[in-house]
Ligand binder design. Sequence first.
Ligand SMILES: Cc1cc2nc3c(=O)[nH]c(=O)nc-3n(C[C@H](O)[C@H](O)[C@H](O)COP(=O)(O)O)c2cc1C
Length: 363
Amino acid sequence: MTPAPDMPLADSDQANSTSADRAARFSSLRAGLQVPVVCAPMFLVTGPEMVVAACRAGIVGALPAANARPIEVLDDWMRSIAEQLQAAKDAGQNVAPWAFNLMTHSTNTRLNDELALVARYRPPVVITALGSPKPAIEVVHAYGGLVIGDVVNIKLAKKAAAAGVDGLACISSGAGGHTGSLSPFAFVSAIRSFYDGPIVLGGGISDGFGVAGAIAAGADLVYMGTRFIACEESRAADAYKRMLVECDIDDLIVSASITGTPASWLKPSLAAAGLDPENLPVPGARNYDANRPITARRWVDTWSAGQGVGMVNRIAPMAEIVETLKQDFTKAQDRFRRLHPTGSGDAPRNLPQSPSVADRSHA
Ligand SMILES: Cc1cc2nc3c(=O)[nH]c(=O)nc-3n(C[C@H](O)[C@H](O)[C@H](O)COP(=O)(O)O)c2cc1C
């Protein structure tokens, strides 16, 4: 791996931060966003342009480590993101923090090199996926960063919380990519019964109305991927972007056939790749090794989307999508206030209150 020169790239030089420091850091991160959304990391879709565009538009942009191969390319991308965001800040612009997404699955033989780059470029948030968050925690906490563990069920959520993550990304049914199977509303309620830390909720949430619903239900941020695949700054092929515009929720199939893990696929892309969406092959072994070149057909010719695909109506710049999310988020709050004005007889009363769930805020 090419060593990068030392650079003051982190938001903080806080060595060995405490959990209270990090909780405060999460609250201020959230408060600084235009709308409480993370542009979720997406394999072969997200590059540095998309991350920077998201952060400049006022939402968290997340880079998947696996998209940059070999490791020298990842070094360049991380440096470029950190430098561009620092330059924007120096010019007086408000930019949201960026996030880095690590596959901690045992088949990723590049993990230690990726962690060395994390220590060097200090992304404010690190999101672990498809494995334990443990390998990232010491490295990230040493510079005051936040570790969010991506989970798909209660067992994994409890394990991640016990490992010391600073938040949980709860991937629910309807998500694009490797999807979950739990309803987002049921999932967030179940997590809130034992966890009062930050929750990032994902799965089929693709407009500002859904964001408001997720926040009302107990989430702190929404993890949104599909809505951004067709943004101008994404690396998705033009044909993929056009397919997203044309498809709706009925054009999806969830199958483990392609990667070995259940993922949500656009049926027309499977058909175009010579597969029968109604008769897919038996799943093969899982392998997330970022040291492999990207030659396999999966993800390259077979395209994924979540159940919010119907919200993608045209190819648009990131800033425009974020502005629409923000406006719809405000409309949703107005609607709620109109239907349930504080103190009116319309407000639900005498509901059973569980102390741990009553407030639903992480702090
Ligand atoms: C094309 C595509 C690729 C994805 N690749 C990754 C990935 O590399 N790492 C990861 O943690 N999640 C990945 N995801 C999942 C997203 O990060 C996120 O969980 C999901 O998009 C949220 O659901 P939504 O698409 O319905 O908004 C991917 C999703 C899509 C649609």
